[in-house]
Design a protein around this ligand. Structure first.
Ligand SMILES: *Cc1c(COP(=O)(O)O)cnc(C)c1O
Length: 390
C-alpha cells in the first residue's frame, strides 16, 4: 500500500449530499451552485463567488474578467502549475515570468517592478504550497502601477494572512481549485471570488457561452430570448459537484489544523537531518500546507532529489515534485522563446524540491513512517562508497 502524496476526505454526509441533488430537479444551473458560491465567498470574506468547472477555467475566466487580451502582459511566478500561465495565453496575453524566493518559493516581490512595462495588466500571485504571499506589498505595488492583483489560491483556501484577513479577501480576484488533491474538493471544480460586481457579471457570462442570462433565469421569467454578447465557454459546474463542496466546507477549518500538525511533526522529524531542509513559513500567518516541500541538498544528504524520489517510491511513499518551472516547458520555450537562466532560483529549486505525503486523514504513524524512510535514505546510511544502498 502506497502512502499517497495527497488524498481527498469523503464522509457519509458528503455522499448523502450528492445523492440528494441527484434526486432533485436541478443537476446543473440549479440552486446548489449559488449556495456553494455564497458559502465559499462568505467563508473567506469576499462579497461574491462564481463557481466554474475547474481551477484552470477559473483562471481563464479571471483573465477574461479583467480584460486581458492581445498585447497585454501578466506577471506570473515561474514556480507554479502550468495552468497559472496558460490562462493568460488562452486570452492572447503574454505571461512574464518572475523569479521566486529560495526559502519559501513565493513570488519575489522585489523583482516585480523591473518586469512592469506599459503593457502590464496584472500580477498573478501563487500561494505556493498553501502559504499566502506578501499581499500587503503586492497590493501596494499593484496600486502604484495601476495593475490588477489576482491570487492563484489553488493551494491556500482556508489559509490566512493573520491580521490581514483570509485568503480570498487579499487580492482583487482570488482563484480556487477543488481538484481532489486540493484543500477541499468538488471532484473537479473551481471558483473566482471578488468584491467587484462588474467582474462578477463578466465571469458569469464567460462560463455560459458569453450569454447574458442563464436558463433558470429564462425559465423563471417565462422568456426564451437570450443574447450572446461575448465569446464565452461552457465552463459551468454542476449542482452535483457543488453539493459535495458545500458538504466539505464545514470540515475545512479542522483539515487546515490537521495539516499544520502534520507539518510540525515533519519539521521536528527533519530538524537534525543534514541535507533535508523544509521550506520556511513566515510568522503571523496561517499556512494552508497543501504541500509539505523539502529541499534535498546532495552534498550533505548523500543522495540527490531524483535518487531520493526513486528510493521513497520503492518503499511505498508517494512523493512528488511541484513543479518544473513553467518557462522551461517545451511549449513555452517554443511559443515565447523562454530558456534556462530566466528565473535562476526557481530553476535550481526545481532540481532539489520534493513534496512529501500530506493530507488530513494521514495518521501520525504514517507521518512517522515517512520520516523514518527519509532518514534511512539519507546521510551516512544512504551512501556507502558513493553508492546508494537503501
Ligand atoms: C491545481 C492548480 C491549478 C488548476 O486547477 P484545476 O482545478 O486542476 O484546473 C492552477 N494553479 C495551481 C497553482 C494549481 O495547483
Amino acid at each position: 500500500m502506497m502512502i499517497p502524496y495527497a488524498r481527498q476526505s469523503i464522509s457519509a454526509e458528503d455522499i448523502e449530499a450528492v445523492v440528494d441533488v441527484l434526486q432533485s430537479d436541478w443537476l446543473t444551473q440549479g440552486p446548489t451552485v449559488e449556495r456553494f458560491e455564497a458559502a465559499v465567498s462568505s467563508f473567506c470574506g469576499a462579497q461574491y463567488g462564481v463557481a466554474v468547472c475547474s481551477g484552470t477555467a477559473a483562471l481563464h475566466a479571471a483573465m477574461f474578467a479583467i480584460g486581458v487580451g492581445a498585447g497585454d502582459e501578466v506577471i506570473v511566478p515561474a514556480m507554479t502549475f502550468v495552468a497559472t500561465a496558460n490562462g493568460v495565453l488562452y486570452q492572447g496575453g503574454r505571461p512574464v515570468f518572475a523569479d521566486v524566493n529560495s526559502d519559501d518559493l513565493l513570488l519575489d516581490v522585489t523583482q516585480i517592478e523591473a518586469l512592469i512595462t506599459p503593457n502590464t495588466k496584472a500580477i498573478i500571485a501563487v500561494d505556493y504550497a498553501g502559504q499566502p504571499c506578501d499581499y500587503v506589498a503586492l497590493s501596494a505595488l499593484a496600486k502604484k502601477h495601476g495593475l490588477v492583483l489576482v491570487a492563484d489560491a489553488s493551494h491556500s483556501l482556508g489559509a490566512s494572512a493573520g491580521e490581514g484577513g483570509r485568503v480570498g479577501a487579499l487580492a482583487d480576484l482570488t482563484v480556487f481549485s477543488f481538484h481532489p488533491v486540493k484543500p477541499m474538493t468538488t471532484g473537479e471544480g473551481g471558483m473566482v471570488v471578488t468584491d467587484n460586481a462588474d467582474y462578477v457579471a463578466r465571469l458569469k457570462r464567460f462560463r455560459n457561452h458569453g450569454i447574458d442570462r442563464d436558463s433558470r433565469d429564462r425559465q423563471q421569467s417565462g422568456q426564451f430570448q437570450y443574447a450572446m454578447v461575448d465569446l464565452g465557454f461552457n465552463y459551468r459546474i454542476s449542482d452535483i459537484h457543488c453539493a459535495l463542496g458545500l458538504s466539505q466546507l464545514p470540515r475545512l477549518g479542522a483539515w487546515i489544523v490537521r495539516r499544520n500538525e502534520i507539518a510540525r511533526r515533519y519539521d521536528d522529524g527533519f530538524a537534525e537531518l543534514p541535507g533535508i531542509t523544509p521550506l520556511t513559513k513566515q510568522a503571523g500567518l496561517i499556512h494552508g500546507y497543501h504541500l509539505y516541500v523539502v529541499r534535498v541538498a546532495q552534498a550533505s544528504a548523500g543522495v540527490n532529489r531524483d535518487q531520493l524520489f526513486q528510493l521513497l517510491r520503492q518503499r511505498g511513499i508517494g512523493v512528488n515534485v511541484h513543479y518544473y518551472p513553467v518557462h522551461l516547458q517545451p511549449y513555452y520555450r517554443s511559443a515565447l522563446g523562454t530558456a534556462a537562466g530566466l528565473c535562476p532560483r526557481a530553476e535550481s529549486a526545481s532540481e532539489e524540491i520534493l513534496s512529501l505525503p500530506l493530507y488530513p486523514d494521514m495518521s501520525d504513524a504514517e507521518v512517522d513512517e515517512v520520516i523514518a524512510s527519509v532518514k534511512d535514505c539519507v546521510a551516512d546510511k544512504g551512501v556507502v562508497h558513493g553508492k546508494v544502498c537503501c
